[in-house]
Design a protein around this ligand. Structure first.
Ligand SMILES: NC(=O)c1ccc[n+]([C@@H]2O[C@H](COP(=O)([O-])OP(=O)(O)OC[C@H]3O[C@@H](n4cnc5c(N)ncnc54)[C@H](OP(=O)(O)O)[C@@H]3O)[C@@H](O)[C@H]2O)c1
Length: 251
């Protein structure tokens, strides 16, 4: 069991973030729950041992919110050992349909958010010899139809992961990422509720189903653990074999 270690999970009010927060709590970590909706975070905190959690509602794309998140964490737990950059939004549509405002929002949350979080936590991660796990997506490994804006942000965060891993290896800060495929969460529900779309997904995911959020959380916890101490700059697909295919149909 980990004692006196703190992890910040952004987007912890639902889906992969919630499963990740619960996973770290089960390992003994103090868990800082961030997201924009306080009531969702309070519900998650209730499921965990509330005395080991800190709720800091806020928007990861706003510098003042990020500063407050980090300051509150240090004030309560005195350390930051792990940062999980999980919060993100999905804006679909082809380029003719996506407004500049929506494009900017997508970049602000999915790319500027992790940038701000990493910049603000780095001094503390340097002290703790901690590490970062970014939640990317198979949508950053290759393109999707109708999702160029989301895909652009997930591609950016993957190269951010690799480049920062190079910059901070000498300071013993590891930076890795997971790349999930379709996962059973609020974000995934549009696809999961559509029988025709699911039929197509099942053809492409070798294991024939969507992931459960806990299956992503387990891999995040592994990458953040001592077991992965010589792993940095890795984008680990957690995709039931989706990225094992070259894209050709079943012959
Ligand atoms: N589900 C999938 O199929 C799938 C596949 C691959 C990768 N992913 C990635 O997995 C991660 C988690 O997504 P999920 O599937 O678990 O979806 P989700 O349930 O919608 O979780 C996203 C969370 O992020 C929070 N959030 C959104 N904008 C925020 C902001 N500006 N600041 C702080 N928190 C914010 C949301 O809560 P509030 O609205 O209350 O802020 C929400 O709880 C994302 O990075 C996503 O891109 C998902």
């Amino acid at each position: 069991m980990e004692v006196n270690k703190a992890v910040i999970v952004t987007g912890a009010g639902s889906g992969i973030g919630k499963a990740t927060a619960k996973k770290f709590a089960s390992k003994g970590f103090n868990v800082v729950l961030n997201g924009r909706t306080k009531s969702k975070l309070e519900a998650v905190s209730k499921e965990i041992n509330a005395s080991n959690t800190l709720i800091v509602a806020g928007d990861v794309s706003k510098p003042a919110d990020v500063k407050q998140l980090v300051e509150s964490t240090i004030s309560k737990f005195k350390t930051i050992d792990i940062l999980v950059n999980n919060a993100a939004i999905f804006v679909g549509g082809t380029i003719d349909k996506v407004s500049l405002e929506d494009w900017n929002k997508q970049l602000e949350v999915n790319v500027t958010g992790p940038y701000l979080m990493i910049k603000e936590t780095l001094p503390y991660l340097e002290k703790s010899k901690g590490n970062i796990v970014n939640v990317c997506s198979v949508s950053g490994l290759g393109g999707d139809w109708n999702a160029f804006a989301y895909d652009s942000t997930k591609g950016a965060i993957q190269l951010m992961t690799k480049a920062l891993a190079l910059d901070f290896a000498a300071k013993e800060i590891r930076i890795n990422a997971v790349a999930p495929s379709l996962t059973d969460t609020d974000m995934g529900e549009g696809a999961m509720d559509d029988e025709e779309v699911m039929k197509e997904f099942k053809k492409r995911i070798a294991m024939g189903r969507a992931a459960k959020p806990e299956e992503i959380a387990d891999v995040i916890a592994f990458l953040a653990s001592e077991e992965a101490r010589f792993v940095t700059g890795t984008i680990l697909p957690v995709d039931g074999g989706l990225s094992a295919s070259n894209g050709q149909p079943k012959l």
